[in-house]
Write a protein that binds this ligand. Structure first.
Ligand SMILES: *[C@@H]1O[C@H](CO)[C@@H](O)[C@H](O)[C@H]1NC(C)=O
Ligand SMILES: *[C@@H]1O[C@H](CO)[C@@H](O)[C@H](O)[C@H]1NC(C)=O
Ligand SMILES: *[C@@H]1O[C@H](CO)[C@@H](O)[C@H](O)[C@H]1NC(C)=O
Ligand SMILES: *[C@@H]1O[C@H](CO)[C@@H](O)[C@H](O)[C@H]1NC(C)=O
Ligand SMILES: *[C@@H]1O[C@H](CO)[C@@H](O)[C@H](O)[C@H]1NC(C)=O
Ligand SMILES: *[C@@H]1O[C@H](CO)[C@@H](O)[C@H](O)[C@H]1NC(C)=O
Length: 477
């Protein structure tokens, strides 16, 4: 079989493309493919004529095929699956000159099992017998090309059994199909279980199918796509009831992905994180009222409005609307204070929420005091919930003042939170600051011209017949 395997390797590509038709109940044992190799020796070949024949190797192959198809008309020797197949079991033939001047043709083909039958009767024989019979009858001088080689002297014969990919040879001439969940590994030559993350529902296959992206199997040898499960990341497990990935929680860990369960931390130890991935993450629990710091190195007190009881691992938030008096609470009953909403603060004496006074604000809930606005800023009302509610007390700057455009605004202290500012008309204008008018308006009488000095003080230049500060005196002749 070793001698033959080299030559038969030439057939491998053909074997690979033929697939066994799978019935619903595939038998797990099928006959192996019988491959026959025979060699015909021509001791008296006229070798110098061979060079005149173009494509000699093709000619050898086609001649052998013609010979074998002729034989097959009388004795069913070619192992064709399809009766109309004219390749005689994918017959392959090559020839070579030997050193002693003789010529040797090697040929392989997929053959019928012995005994082979004569098509016209009940006679049976073997392939070896039929080929020898043909040799004597001149079948290997069937074509003109072969005739050049002269009479063949003898024939050597070999056979081997092969399985299609997906099956392994056993009992010499039978193939065991790889069972569902396994595949035929070309390298090991055996049926191996599908690797994790793959499955094969059908027997006799040379490969397994990968699960869809982000899916995997629990182990090796899966035979159904149903065995593909969501591949949860390490620190998580696939919850059988929700079909989703859940973290291992604070009492377990899981180092590998694609798991359906987590590994419990050793007794009296708890996991550092909800999705721990290593035994190293299992540590001593912190005392009540404390939880592990993020790096797991120390225990830290629960923040205000959180508490942690004896068997818990992390601090829990107080029930809605309640909070603790301080940090490190150890019982849910420590959540005895009202959780004051933004804009209010907890008065620890009365245990009541009080509204933030004017000029202060509180953005978060659960505060025990309100934050004052910056200097010269205040709020327009009590209960402010945002620092942006603080506005400047300088109405001249904020533009809240109502001064005339010809007036100067000056800020005044906002006593009792009343916006206060003053307005004063600019030089050369008079009024209460809310209204300002030009001092020259109606100042000079009798057609006098009003002129303001640098300080805005008006002066009149009177016409000839009038005099006085405002030209209201008639000149005496
Ligand atoms: C023919 O068979 C002989 C004997 O096994 C071998 O040495 C030779 O290489 C073969 N030739 C071809 C072309 O296969
Ligand atoms: C080959 O030639 C030799 C010498 O002429 C002869 O004895 C022998 O029978 C021939 N062989 C065949 C197979 O014809
Ligand atoms: C066929 O001929 C070759 C070469 O003459 C010889 O070595 C071999 O033994 C012969 N085989 C048989 C089966 O007669
Ligand atoms: C998941 O549920 C199925 C059916 O409900 C059950 O057969 C299987 O054992 C469960 N697997 C695990 C890991 O709990
Ligand atoms: C607040 O306003 C007063 C009076 O206008 C002024 O003297 C003081 O510098 C202001 N303070 C700040 C921090 O702006
Ligand atoms: C406060 O107001 C600013 C500006 O309006 C806004 O961007 C911010 O989110 C507010 N903060 C809170 C805590 O509501």
């Amino acid at each position: 079989m070793d001698r033959i395997s080299m030559t038969l390797a030439l057939l491998a590509p053909f074997l690979a493309i033929v697939s066994i038709v799978q019935a619903q109940n595939t038998p797990l044992r099928v006959p192996a493919v019988r491959v026959v190799r025979f060699q015909v020796l021509y001791p008296n070949a006229t070798l110098d004529q061979l060079s005149h024949i173009k494509k000699w190797n093709n000619a050898v192959k086609n001649s052998l095929l013609a010979s074998m198809n002729f034989v097959d008309k009388h004795w069913r020797v070619c192992g064709n699956e399809d009766p109309t197949d004219t390749t005689c079991g994918k017959l392959h033939a090559t020839g070579e000159e030997l050193r002693d001047g003789s010529y040797l043709i090697n040929s392989t083909f997929i053959a019928q099992r012995d005994p082979v039958r004569n098509v016209k009767g009940d006679a049976t024989s073997t392939i070896f017998g039929v080929l020898n019979m043909g040799l004597r009858g001149g079948i290997f001088q069937y074509t003109n090309q072969l005739k050049i080689l002269g009479r063949p002297s003898n024939l050597t014969f070999d056979e081997a059994f092969f399985c299609y990919p997906g099956a392994v040879l056993n009992n010499v001439d039978h193939c065991s199909l790889c069972v569902p969940g396994s595949y035929h590994d070309k390298n090991t030559g055996s049926c191996d279980p599908c690797p994790k993350g793959q499955y094969q529902p059908v027997a006799g296959k040379a490969n397994c199918f990968p699960c869809d992206f982000s899916f995997t199997t629990l182990g090796l040898g899966s035979s159904s796509k149903d065995q593909c499960i969501l591949e949860c990341p390490p620190g998580h497990f696939l919850d059988n009831s929700t079909h989703g990935c859940e973290p291992c929680g604070y009492y377990a860990y899981q180092p590998v992905k694609g798991s359906m369960e987590c590994i419990k931390c050793p007794r009296n130890k708890v996991a550092l994180a909800e999705a721990s991935t290593s035994l190293d993450h299992c540590v001593e629990n912190c005392p009540p009222g404390e939880q592990h710091s993020l790096d797991g190195q120390t225990c830290e007190k629960c923040r205000p409005s959180y508490y942690k009881e004896k068997d818990a691992v992390i601090c829990s938030r107080c029930p809605d609307g309640s909070t603790t008096e301080g940090e490190g609470a150890t019982k849910i009953t420590d959540c005895s204070m009202p959780l004051c909403p933004a804009g209010t603060f907890l008065d620890k004496e009365t245990k009541k929420c009080e509204i933030c006074p004017r000029g202060t604000y509180q953005e978060s809930a659960g505060a025990v005091e309100c934050t004052p606005c910056d200097a010269n800023f205040t709020t327009t009302s009590t209960g402010a919930t945002n620092s942006s509610h603080c506005i400047s007390t300088n109405q001249c700057k904020t533009g809240e003042h109502k001064c005339h455009w010809l007036a100067i605004c000056f800020d005044l202290p906002d006593d009792d939170n009343k916006p206060m500012f003053g307005c004063k008309c600019k030089p050369g204008f008079i009024g209460n600051g809310i209204e300002c008018n030009d001092v020259c308006t109606g100042w000079c009488h009798n057609g006098g011209t009003c002129i303001k000095n640098a300080e805005g003080v008006p002066r009149c230049e009177c016409s000839n017949s009038f005099s006085g500060n405002r030209c209201d005196e008639a000149k005496k002749e």
